[in-house]
Design a protein around this ligand. Sequence first.
Ligand code: SER
Length: 313
Amino acid sequence: MGNKLIIGSSGQIGVELIEQLSKLHGADKIIASDIKPATKNIIEGVTYLTLDVLDKEKLLDTVKKYNISEVYLLAAMLSAVAEKNIQFAWDLNMKGLFHVLDLAKENYIKKIFWPSSIAVFGPTSPKIGTPQTTILEPSTVYGISKMSGERWCEYYFLKYGVDVRSLRYPGIISYKSPPGGGTTDYAIEIFHSVINKNSYDCFIEEDVQLPMIYMDDAIRATLELMNCDRKKLSINSSYNLSGISFSPKEIALAIKKIHTDFSITYNPDFRNNIALSWPSSIDDSIARKDWLWSHEFNLEKTVEKMLFGITTL
Ligand code: SER
């Protein structure tokens, strides 16, 4: 068995995924790469590299040099920033995926994890309990890239036997590393704002519910999917994944139970329209059936972990 390469390792998910992968397989098996050199959250024993996923030659050299068998491709541009950098977002999100899929097609690597998102859904998708298979007409660059990526993942699996696995992540809530410019980032910003000034000006309207998940659950889901016998997987593109769903008003109420004088105001911007195009809740029953997925963090537990976690930074 070879080593594991994480691409985009300094991002919100990367930082915590490396921690868990190191615990599971040993830090010496983990090669962490990012376009920027790592400066924080360094884990002893992990190899840190600077790597641009768009540099196909360097990617191949890295895979050969470090005997990589598994790649976690986390480098991507998220929904809100992608709307401001349409062409680059498309190039990064799509070319990065092709580079890694082709490495597997050419037998340099054995297994890939690639995250998709609830952003594959759009205004015409069912809003509540959105099923796995339904209308996918995303209205953001990010969503279009994720939807296309899902199709390519399935194509590479069916045509070339590439073992690529994927989850449609909801908004991921965590404190160790900042999120990368998504629409669901409000649900992280709000906690920093509680601690810093006891108030928050929210860019999403008070009643807009979105699917979310606490980071520990998201990482566990990722590792469970990657370690599952492929024969058990009935979805060859990307699994619906769900934790909790809440609106800004609901999370503010949960925070107020602990910080009683916390206050929230609303000042919706373009990200509110993105949020309105996404589901309020997701039906992830196929993940629950195929690989026995089950989330642990409800809203209260998430709020407690976030408030405590931020104060330890
Ligand atoms: N959290 C992401 C975003 O808001 C959705 O996958 O862009």
